[in-house]
Design a protein around this ligand. Structure first.
Ligand SMILES: CCCCCCCCCCCCCC(=O)SCCNC(=O)CCNC(=O)[C@H](O)C(C)(C)COP(=O)(O)OP(=O)(O)OC[C@H]1O[C@@H](n2cnc3c(N)ncnc32)[C@H](O)[C@@H]1OP(=O)(O)O
Length: 197
């Protein structure tokens, strides 16, 4: 069956899924994870149009992050665009994989929009990996407004799929791949994951 015809993977882990394992060299709880790629729309410091999310490690396989909704993120007047909020959730969820030293891409992501999020709001994001089944990584996130314990405005469930670094080399545009490969920090981090599973 071609990938395009594949039935949607459930966001509920199968019975034989296992608990996620935090890598022994993962950053300590409270420590920033840093951007995985300088030009990433979600976390890249060199990306002027990006969200500039800075995730911090939590306990187990969990992270927290804050995202401030700017005027450039509007959908309706004065309110955040749903796709931008989903991007913030995707980035936060994706950062969980670094705590396990696994390279993975988003396979499926489902967002519930519970409350409108006005411009200038700080969205307090929390995400956790709940289970792993072969290459599939099951994670969930919430975004709260009005403070870290405020009401939930958005929530998401996702399945990430583990990939090798060749995934990016094969599919990415040569120009950016070459630039990333020329960046010693990027290569060191990715290679560390490959030799240190
Ligand atoms: C050089 C520099 C590198 C820099 C690195 C930076 C990295 C940072 C990146 C972070 C960026 C931030 C995050 C982003 O924005 S990531 C960007 C958005 N995501 C993508 O671009 C992914 C596009 N999709 C693909 O490339 C392929 O379809 C993948 C790789 C996902 C699977 O194709 P592949 O041929 O490999 O898979 P398989 O057929 O062997 O299936 C394997 C298992 O997975 C299950 N499955 C498959 N598809 C899906 C699906 N869609 N939903 C749920 N489940 C799915 C499938 O049922 C099977 O399960 P099981 O049979 O085992 O039970």
């Amino acid at each position: 069956m071609s990938a395009a015809n594949r039935p949607k993977t459930s966001l509920v882990p199968p019975d034989d899924a296992v608990a996620p394992v935090r890598h022994p060299e993962a950053p300590a709880p409270g420590a920033p994870l840093g951007a995985h790629y300088d030009q990433c729309f979600g976390c890249g410091e060199g990306q002027p149009h990006g969200l500039h999310l800075q995730a911090r490690a939590g306990d187990g396989v969990s992270v927290t992050a804050e995202f401030t909704v700017k005027a450039a993120h509007q959908g309706a007047p004065g309110l955040a665009h749903g796709g931008v909020l989903t991007s913030a959730l995707d980035e936060t969820l994706g950062s969980l994989n670094w705590l396990m030293h696994v390279i993975a891409v988003t396979g499926r992501l489902e967002t519930d929009f519970v409350r409108p999020v006005p411009v200038d709001t700080v969205l307090h994001l929390e995400a956790r990996t709940t289970a792993v089944h072969r290459r599939k990584i099951y994670s969930s996130a919430v975004g709260r407004i009005g403070g870290p314990d405020g009401p939930v405005a958005v929530r998401a469930d996702a399945v990430f799929i583990e990939v090798k670094v060749e995934h990016f080399i094969e599919h990415g545009r040569d120009e950016e791949i070459q630039a990333a490969m020329d960046e010693p920090d990027e290569v060191r981090r990715i290679r560390a994951f490959e030799v240190n599973p």
